[in-house]
Design a protein around this ligand. Structure first.
Ligand SMILES: *Cc1c(COP(=O)(O)O)cnc(C)c1O
Length: 396
């Protein structure tokens, strides 16, 4: 058989070629170098307990979801269910039978899916999210072809409830999908969940005219483990929200991207009933899901356990508060939202931004104190920042 193209056009290594091994080694070195000084994004790089290597090379996918006609995979379905029940308990689902959950591709996909549930419930609805919300909501609005409006954010990054009330007034009863955030990406802010629900009620909305999603990508795995968190920002279904999502590699720390979405079952039932064709019998957008992610997530939740996750969350919040205090002591204007892992400060030199892979926006940078961030790394960063801060007048 003649190949369609000249195979020489496509570079390939023989599997015994040492170039292959060299490339893997180089990638490993690059990742290790970068990860050793990583402060800028909210990834937990501590992969314990790790899923055994021998499972890594087995192929396993997880069919769309366990509630539609497609049955969960017998190999990995029980672990997905166990992990979801764990999270449902954490997030105040009194009766898990009335909730649905799935481990999907990412936190962004979970947000898209939540907005889809809202659109199917409320045709013609307007999506409202704070100006500081994750970009996946703007994406979701475009993909699902629904109108969207920003609600103003306060300087600390949380949703401005006065502006929410104004926007709701202006909508004059039009159905609303409201996306709140528990731990915004840039400032680690917590939108007032109780306050937003009250604003909806004051504007005449009830359970049948609005859908409320909480994007808890990072902090829905932090706040439930802390004491003294004001109830108004605590992500919990007891408040009457419709869905809640997280991103797997963030606080839980799966080595691969994944996300979890939990929603009231009635929303999934509605989606399954739409249309009646085979496609609509599946409550997920994607076909095969990552079975390895299910196992990694399960290993963290059940293998590591509540105590360790709670300890990680508490320790990180204390260290983030300390970093904020140390940077403030230099005279830098620091923004730190209580109960958060995210510390915001004036953007330092390019060298520091690159070295610690800081995320920057509007001349501000942030560091996220994750469980994998060591005290030594924080001390090193603080020393570099202090040196830049003291010398910055001379350089400009
Ligand atoms: C990281 C993040 C997301 C997206 O999660 P992915 O798993 O990266 O898709 C969504 N919302 C917030 C607030 C985030 O911090």
């Amino acid at each position: 058989m003649k190949l369609g193209r000249d195979s020489a056009e496509f570079p390939a290594f023989n599997s015994r070629d040492e170039k292959l091994a060299r490339t893997f080694a180089a990638v490993e070195r690059r990742l290790q170098t970068v990860q050793a000084t990583h402060l800028g994004s909210a990834y937990n790089l501590t992969f314990t307990p790790a899923v055994p290597d021998r499972l890594r090379d087995l192929h396993f996918t997880n069919p769309p979801d366990g509630q539609g006609e497609v049955q969960p995979s017998p190999e990995i379905g029980p672990q997905e269910r166990e992990a979801l029940l764990w999270l449902m308990r954490l997030w105040g689902c009194a009766d898990p039978d009335r909730f649905w959950g799935a481990i999907g591709a990412s936190g962004s996909e979970s947000n898209l899916w939540a907005v889809y549930f809202g659109r199917e419930m409320l045709p013609g609805a307007m999506l409202l999210n704070s100006a500081d919300a994750h970009w996946s909501f703007a994406n979701a609005a475009r993909i699902l072809a629904i109108p969207r409006m920003d609600v103003a954010a306060l300087p600390n990054g949380e949703m401005d409830m006065v502006d929410l009330a104004t926007k709701l007034q202006a909508l004059a009863g039009r159905p609303v999908i409201l996306a709140l955030t528990c731990g915004t990406m840039m400032k680690g802010a917590h939108d007032g969940i109780a306050a937003a629900l009250l604003a909806l009620r004051d504007a005449g909305y009830d359970r049948h005219s609005c859908y409320v999603h909480v994007d808890g990508a990072l902090n829905a795995m932090v706040l439930p483990f802390l004491q003294d968190v004001p109830d108004g920002i605590l992500p919990s279904f007891e408040k009457g929200i419709d869905s809640l999502s997280i991103s797997g590699p963030k606080m839980i720390g799966t080595p691969m991207p994944c996300g979890v979405l939990v929603a009231r079952k009635s929303h999934v039932v509605r989606v399954l009933q739409v249309g009646g064709g085979l496609r609509s019998k599946r409550a997920a957008a994607i076909g095969s899901r990552n079975g390895h992610a299910v196992l990694a997530l399960w290993a963290k939740l059940i293998g590591q356990g509540y105590g360790r996750l709670a300890q990680d969350a508490q320790r990180c919040v204390i260290r983030a508060g300390q970093l904020a205090a140390d940077l403030s002591a230099l005279g830098a204007k620091v923004l730190y939202n209580p109960f958060s892992l995210t510390v915001v400060f004036p953007e330092p030199s390019d060298a520091i931004v690159r070295r610690y892979q800081l995320v920057c926006q509007d001349e501000l940078s942030h560091a996220v104190v994750m469980p994998s961030v060591t005290d030594a790394l924080l001390a090193q960063f603080l020393a570099d920042y202090a040196a830049w801060w003291t010398g910055r007048g001379r350089m400009t």
